[in-house]
Write a protein that binds this ligand. Structure first.
Ligand code: PHE
Length: 355
């Protein structure tokens, strides 16, 4: 753990061991250069404490780039709650309340929202003790609700931009898209793709969820490990991170990777590996920025849902087109191109928002 923190390029990480739930909690603040750190709260059972800390550190860094690229005056941070398997619902609620006061202790240096393993309903609970530092509560509680549909819209837009780049045409009729993970984002993405006549295949590690989506939407479901070998036009990772690595990349039979998961690349070199295989990669922190953009816009700038949708589409379209262009003109992989774009914004004095 010491080595992880020593080698990290972020600002601070606060730690709490929650005794009643036996849960480790980390709040990682990567950068407050552009503003207070904003990032979701991830809640899951990790194989060990180090893995949880590592996730928090990496995810917080991703948020710094996400906000910078999106043109928001916000910094990067992330909350991770490492629970033990089989946490009872009531115990979970109590844990969320204690987490809320931990967030509150940061006095506005860290603000949070939903992420993998947490929902808008959970944000309502966290807000009981964490207000006013909690985004995306349910509409009933005065929040903008689930960011999932906006994240899906952003991924969908990214797929269109990518299709245009690859095939000279953004329409998706007859194109095959393979979705890994059908949670709140993956499911919405399926609907958007089907409306455009795309052929959609999917997988999910949760067999019950997979069976449900399969029968409900009549889609072809793959067993989880098959996704890496199945031919498709676009591979859309919408579950956990690290799925693009030295083992999986040689197996891929797609033209592009465009998905919602955070930290899709196991290592920075994996972006080069994809490039060498001729697979176009839409950097995750660009493709998945829709939810964050929409929620912060609606809750701090008074955007309507329609305005939020328009901003998500426009911001992602502009950024991704620029990144693809930059990658080509500068001869670098697209992840590097996206980081350069974000770094330019981070290097400037506190920039005023373009919107
Ligand atoms: N979990 C979101 C993401 O990774 C972060 C988020 C923050 C969402 C604030 C909504 C509100 O982008």
């Amino acid at each position: 753990m010491e080595a992880l923190i020593r080698e990290w390029d972020g600002e601070s990480v606060t730690v709490r061991f929650d005794k009643p739930a036996e849960a480790w909690i980390f709040i990682a603040i990567h950068s407050t250069r552009l503003g207070p750190a904003i990032g979701g709260t991830r809640m899951k059972a990790y194989p060990n404490v180090q893995a949880a800390l590592q996730d928090a550190l990496r995810l917080a860094g991703g948020m710094t780039y996400k906000w910078a690229a999106a043109g928001f005056e916000a910094g990067g941070g992330k909350g991770v709650i490492a629970i033990s398997e089989g946490l009872e619902p009531e115990a979970r609620v109590e844990l969320l309340r204690r987490y809320g006061s931990f967030v509150h202790n940061h006095k506005g240096l860290f603000l949070t929202g939903p992420d993998l393993g947490t929902s808008s309903e959970d944000m309502d609970i966290i807000a009981e003790t964490g207000n006013p530092y909690v985004f995306a509560r349910t509409p009933a509680a005065g929040g903008a609700g689930n960011p999932g549909p906006f994240t899906a819209l952003g991924v969908f837009t990214s797929i269109q931009v990518t299709a245009e780049r690859l095939f000279g045409d953004p329409t998706l009729g007859g194109k095959r898209v393979l979705i890994q993970g059908v949670g709140s984002v993956g499911r919405e993405l399926i609907k958007l793709l089907q409306q455009q006549g795309a052929e959609v295949l999917f997988s999910d590690v949760d067999e019950a969820v997979a069976a449900h989506v399969c029968s409900e939407l009549g889609l072809q479901c793959l067993i989880p490990d098959e996704v890496y070998d199945s031919p498709c036009d676009i591979f859309a990772p919408c579950a956990v991170g690290g799925v693009l690595n030295e083992k999986t990349i040689p197996r891929l039979r797609c033209r592009a990777v465009v998905g919602a998961a955070n930290n899709q690349l196991a290592n920075p070199e994996d972006a080069l590996r994809l490039r060498e295989r001729g697979i176009l990669y839409a950097p995750d922190f660009i493709a998945n920025s829709g939810g964050a953009i929409a929620i912060i816009g609606m809750e701090t700038r008074g955007w309507s849902r329609e305005e939020a949708e328009a901003k998500v589409t426009q911001t992602i379209k502009d950024n991704l087109s620029r990144i693809f262009e930059l990658g080509e003109t500068e001869g670098v992989d697209t992840d590097e191109a996206a980081r350069r774009l974000a770094d330019q914004r981070l290097a400037g004095t506190k920039h005023s928002d373009p919107t």
